[in-house]
Design a binder for this molecule. Structure first.
Ligand SMILES: Cc1cc2nc3c(=O)[nH]c(=O)nc-3n(C[C@H](O)[C@H](O)[C@H](O)COP(=O)(O)OP(=O)(O)OC[C@H]3O[C@@H](n4cnc5c(N)ncnc54)[C@H](O)[C@@H]3O)c2cc1C
Length: 567
């Protein structure tokens, strides 16, 4: 096996090196890293920028508080780490790497028997022109976080513009508002936050629940340019003519795999720009492996190439690459894109495809939306959980799940991800068994419920209508809540009110072809009502998914959106 050379010394590269060093004796393992440090956990940049962590070296320490530097890798792992060294060229014919010591500029050649490319990822340059400025950065590198921390600690920053409402932009916005008390304008080109991860119902619910007066959400808006302001600030000019003054601008406009080196060596890259690998992390060129956020993986839902940078995935890829070099059985089949984040009081998570994406991809899609309590019914202070399930018709294969609530919801997503990766159907949700206790009682059956809602819809014709679709419904809404629950509310005032307790006596009051959506607080009574009418011979009845609670959020956010787009 001889010389094993790894390019990139962060999550993936260090995992390859550490795993190899545990399993091998008498081989040379060399890591080439252009930064002056190794093995930094980039996920920690957020708590660092937020001021929760003060010492940046904490991001490079083991769980037992030892610094993972060159000395550590040498003495503990027998791995030779060359920091401040750039790999400039891969000569796959001679099996040599051309490297450059960054300080001296000296070049040298490094022979390899096995090479691992773990060059990671980099921020995408925004579409608008961007000048060099000490007041503008991405949020990707340690230097970005350090630059901002220094300024904020000197009190030089009271207003920040963040461009991009993806996970990074949203998490950063919350951190700056909550922990530094900074005013933030978060600008997103699409009509909702987290547009790649969430459909409108769920995103609108989250947006409508953000109550901080310090966060200004500017959606459906693009940047034209950023100018210097006379007072030493920046002027962020939007395409609609508006402009926003800021002391600092973060560009969180996406990331892409770093693959120049691989492409220079004619190593195959895929549709997403990432390096193509097989399940054992082997690239298209012999003796060369790749791992981490420079790699394109298979999306296990679509079966197509996908790009999903994530820390646990990078580490898993590193382990598989090391095993593969050693000829051990180990593989990674792809990703189902699980994600989670916290935004103010909401936990948001999901996996798989959104409905919007699945339709774009050409799938025949069904979906159900619902609302549950995050505690048993007898806890009056329980809070809502909103969830949307996306599946394929016919066959009812699971495609995706999105959720938001005030408690950590990852237990649902972790389990759902496993079902997705096994290409399971909606029926499997009915088999899911979750632990139950009063504190998290009611939601122990949430996945079962989502499954039954989809089956009720597809097999029994009890249609669940998304609040987004209900906005354009021209038929009759019947509100089945009891009178004491109904408030003076524009939507419920436009509904016919028939309390659930009276509904059975009114079964003959309507034309059996009349289009009716039954409405209640969170959706469950609406379902019961629709079922009752269907059983009585009505043909075009359905219920409002998530009830008035979700409808309200969608209505308010949709109103804001229309106001924005109509100027
Ligand atoms: C701010 C931030 C927050 C994040 N939060 C999360 C999170 O909450 N959850 C999550 O799952 N993931 C998160 N991620 C993503 C996660 O950190 C990455 O997916 C993971 O770290 C990728 O590891 P990697 O080793 O593949 O790549 P990288 O971390 O990009 O490391 C690649 C290394 O290769 C080096 N390199 C590149 N080219 C060369 C060359 N030619 N010569 C020498 N060295 C080279 C680079 O300098 C770099 O240090 C976050 C990322 C960032 C930036």
């Amino acid at each position: 096996m001889g010389n094993i050379v790894i390019i990139g010394g962060m999550a993936a590269g260090c995992k390859v090196a550490s795993r190899l060093s545990r399993l091998l004796r008498g081989h040379k393992i060399i890591v080439i890293e252009k930064m002056p440090f190794v093995s930094m956990n980039s996920c920690g940049l957020l708590p660092f920028v937020a001021g929760e962590i003060d010492d940046v070296s904490d991001l490079m320490r083991t769980s037992y508080n030892v610094l993972r530097d060159e000395k550590y890798f040498d003495s503990v792992r027998n791995v030779n780490v060359l920091t401040k060294t750039e790999a400039c060229e891969i000569d796959t014919r001679k099996r040599e790497l051309v490297c450059r010591a960054i300080d001296s500029g000296d070049k040298f050649r490094l022979p390899y028997d096995s090479l691992v490319i773990a060059t990671g990822f980099q921020p995408v340059k925004p579409e608008f022109s961007l000048r060099d400025s000490t007041l503008i950065s991405s949020f990707h590198y340690l230097s970005d976080a350090q630059k901002f921390r220094e300024k904020v600690q000197h009190g030089a920053i009271s207003k920040v513009v963040i461009i991009g409402g993806g996970i990074k932009g949203c998490s950063l916005a919350e951190a700056l508002v909550t922990l530094w008390g900074i005013d933030v304008a978060l600008i997103e080109r699409e009509e909702n936050l987290l547009p790649v991860l969430l459909d409108r119902e769920i995103a609108y619910y989250i947006q409508s629940s953000i109550k901080s007066g310090k966060l200004d959400l500017i959606l459906s808006s693009s940047i034209e340019k950023i100018e210097d302001d006379k007072r030493g600030s920046l002027n962020v000019c939007l395409q609609n003519g508006e402009s926003i003054l800021a002391d600092y601008v973060f560009c969180c406009t996406g990331v892409k795999p770093s693959t120049d080196l691989a492409r220079g060596a004619n190593i195959q890259t895929g549709v997403t720009g990432g390096i193509i690998v097989d399940e054992k992390m082997r690239t298209s060129v012999e003796h060369v492996w790749a791992a981490g956020s420079c790699v394109e993986l298979t999306n296990m839902v679509t079966g197509q190439g996908d790009y999903f940078p994530s820390n646990p995935l990078s580490i898993r890829m590193g382990r598989v690459a090391a095993d593969s070099i050693l000829g051990r059985e180990s593989s990674l089949k792809g990703t189902v894109r699980p994600f989670s984040l916290k935004l103010f009081d909401k936990f948001i998570c999901g996996a798989g495809l959104t409905e919007r994406y699945a339709r774009k991809f050409g799938l025949n899609v069904g979906s159900v939306v619902g609302c549950w309590s995050d505690g048993a019914d007898y806890y009056r202070d329980s809070k809502p959980i909103i969830a949307k399930l996306v599946y394929e018709k016919p066959g009812l294969r699971l495609l995706g799940l999105q959720m938001a609530g005030e408690k950590d919801l990852t237990r649902y997503i972790d389990l759902f991800s496993e079902l997705l990766s096994r290409r399971r159907t909606v029926e499997c949700l009915l088999q899911v068994e979750l632990a139950s206790s009063p504190g998290c009682g009611a939601s122990d059956i949430l996945l079962n419920h989502l499954g039954t809602m989809a089956i009720n819809q597809e097999l029994d014709g009890v249609k669940n209508v998304s609040p987004v679709d209900a906005m354009s419904f021209k038929g009759t809404f019947i509100d089945v809540r009891e009178p004491h629950e109904r408030t003076d509310h524009p939507f419920s005032n436009s509904c016919i009110g028939i309390p659930m307790s009276d509904l059975r006596t009114r079964l003959n009051d309507f034309n059996s072809n009349q289009e009716i959506i039954f409405v209640c607080g969170m959706g469950s009574r609406g379902y019961e009502a629709a079922r009752m009418f269907l059983n009585h011979g009505y043909k075009r009845v359905s219920y409002l998914g998530g009830g008035i609670l979700l409808y309200d959020a969608v209505r308010v956010e949709n109103f804001k959106r229309l106001n924005r787009t109509n100027g």
